[in-house]
Design a protein around this ligand. Sequence first.
Ligand SMILES: CC(C)=CCC/C(C)=C/CC/C(C)=C/CC/C(C)=C/CC/C(C)=C/CC/C(C)=C/CC/C(C)=C/COP(=O)(O)OP(=O)(O)O
Ligand SMILES: O=P(O)(O)OC[C@@H](O)CO
Ligand SMILES: [Mg+2]
Length: 229
Amino acid sequence: MIDYRGWRHVFKLDPDKAIDEDALEAICESGTDGIIVGGTYGVTYDNTLELMSRIRRYAVPAVLEISSLEAVVPGFDSYLIPLVLNAGDPDWMFAPHVSGLKTYGAYIHWDDIITEGYLIANPEAGVAELTRARPIADAQEAKAYAQVATKICRLPIVYLEYSGTYGDPAVVRACKAGADEAHLFYGGGIRTPEQASEMAAIADTVVVGNVIYDDLEAALATVAAVKRE
Ligand SMILES: CC(C)=CCC/C(C)=C/CC/C(C)=C/CC/C(C)=C/CC/C(C)=C/CC/C(C)=C/CC/C(C)=C/COP(=O)(O)OP(=O)(O)O
Ligand SMILES: O=P(O)(O)OC[C@@H](O)CO
Ligand SMILES: [Mg+2]
C-alpha cells in the first residue's frame, strides 16, 4: 500500500480531460507526493487505462479513486474507495461497493484498498448532483460527519470535497478536529499558492485538480507553497 499519510500535496487528474505530454511530465515531475486519477463523469476503462499508462512513465505514485465499476483498471499503486457520508441517495453509500465485491472480489488485494469517508461540501459540484448530497449546515455539522467517519466507521481518511470552489477554512478546521487521528484530505478550488498554503496549514493533504487544465503554471506553484508549510 502507498504511504498516503506522508502526502502533503497531490494532483488529481481526470481521465475525461485532455492533457498534453509536456504538461503531464511537468505535473508528474513537479515534486508532488502523488497523483490521484479520478472524476465524476465520463470516466471509462479506456481513458483511465490510457492515462495510467502515460503516468507510469514517471516515478510518482499513482492511485485510482474509483467512481465507476466499469473503469477499474489494474496496475495502480492503490485504490481509493469513496463512501459518501452525506449522500442523499443511499445507493451511493454501499450499493456500488456490493456490486464491486461481487464482480472483483476474487481479485482484490486488500492491502491495496484505502477507504475514504467522502464529505461533499459544494452543492454545485457534479458529484453533489450525482449523489444528491445533503447540504452541510455549518462547521459543527461538518465536524460531526468527520466523527461519523473516524469514530463510528473507523475509516482511515476523511476527504472534504469542495470540488470546483474554494472552501471555508472554518469548516476545514472543524473537519480536522472531527477527523482526529484519521487523515484529512482537502480538495476544491485551489488556484493560488496562498490558498494552497492556507489549506495545507489545516488539512493533512491538499488535492489540486481543475487548475491543472486552466493554468498549468498556477497549478505547479501550489507544490512549493504546500512544501513550505
Ligand atoms: C485491479 C483490481 C481488480 C482492483 C480491485 C478493484 C476494487 C478496488 C474493487 C473494490 C470493490 C469496490 C468496493 C468498489 C467500489 C466501486 C464503486 C463504483 C464505488 C462508488 C464510489 C462512489 C461513491 C463514487 C461517487 C462519485 C465520487 C465520490 C467520485 C470521486 C471523484 C470526484 C468527486 C472527483 C471530482 O469531481 P470532478 O469530476 O473532477 O468534478 P469537476 O469535473 O466538476 O471538476
Ligand atoms: O478540481 P478542484 O476544484 O481543484 O478540486 C480537487 C479535487 O478535490 C476534486 O475531486
Ligand atoms: Mg475536476
